[in-house]
Write a protein that binds this ligand. Structure first.
Ligand code: IPD
Ligand code: CA
Length: 270
């Protein structure tokens, strides 16, 4: 099988855009069909339909690849490629008719993300990256443009995107952490989609991002896009990005944010 990153990206983009169109058509009638970790952690029938469509298209094109999706979990493969898929990142925004929700598809080769797309249909924006070839945004009807993080922004002037988990106790502690962050930055933004937040970082709409509780599918593609746009993407205190903590910003802002967060103990359980 051909594991060339550019060809993997082409398949990811075609699939994400088809899925985005289906989601736009189904948005008005979408409703909650299931809850997961808490009553506010919702799944709509469109999350499931989008998960099915992405999985079907990837399997048709590349039956030997492994797959990890938010709604169907993991399936093994033997090609060395694994697709990491969030069919809708920002499901609550999708349900409420807000703009920031996305289809996110990343391709990993031998465990490393090499290509990714974040399709944001309501904004008419497609964010892409191939490892080592920069990050790009394509707006409806325009040519692709390279995108870059803002640089040289000190912590006290930084617009910082973040998000919150679905469990009440975790949210209570996230609010305490925020009390320590807010007086030290320009402001915070809670956009409602980790994937879109990281793409906003990649194109300079925010300066930094941190969040506890994001999963591989939330940041698989967007983490690569942010890194290719100039961000360092990692965890707290030199650890790799993980569900415990993901921080993203260009240096030296990454280190300044890490140093602000560390004494606030953002990975504590409550
Ligand atoms: C959520 C969004 C949100 C983030 C949550 C995620 P979902 O994903 O990315 O911004 O704060 O941690 O779970 O549930 O909409 O796919
Ligand atoms: Ca998600």
């Amino acid at each position: 099988m051909d594991n060339d990153a550019t060809r993997l990206l082409d398949l990811a983009v075609t699939t994400a855009q088809e899925t985005g169109r289906m989601l736009v058509e189904g948005q008005a009638g979408a409703s909650v069909v299931q809850t997961k970790s808490s009553p506010t952690d919702i799944v709509t029938e469109m999350d499931k339909a989008a998960d099915d469509l992405v999985s079907r298209r990837l399997r048709e094109a590349r039956p030997e690849d492994a797959l990890l999706t938010e709604e169907s979990g993991a399936s093994a493969g033997g090609s060395g490629v694994r697709w990491v898929v969030d069919p809708i990142d920002g499901t609550v925004n999708y349900l409420y008719g807000m703009l920031d929700w996305a289809v996110s598809i990343a391709a990993e080769v031998d465990g490393e993300a090499v290509a990714g797309v974040v399709e944001v249909p309501a904004r008419g924006e497609t964010y892409t990256a191939v490892r080592g070839r920069g990050a790009w945004r394509t707006r409806a009807g325009r040519w692709p443009e390279p995108i870059f993080c803002s640089t040289g922004v000190p912590l006290n002037r930084a617009l910082v995107a973040t998000g919150f988990g679905y469990a009440s106790e975790r949210r209570a502690h996230q609010a305490e952490v925020l009390v320590g962050v807010l007086p030290n930055v320009r402001d915070i933004r809670r956009g409602g989609s980790a994937a879109v937040d990281l793409c906003s970082l990649a194109c300079g709409r925010v300066d930094a991002y941190y969040e506890r509780g994001v999963n591989a599918w939330d940041i698989g593609a967007a983490g690569l896009i942010a890194a290719e746009a100039g961000a360092r993407v990692g965890g707290l205190a030199g650890r790799p990005a993980s569900p415990e903590m993901t921080i993203a910003a260009p240096e030296p802002l990454f280190t300044a944010l890490n140093d602000l967060l560390t004494p606030l103990d953002p990975e504590r359980d409550s």
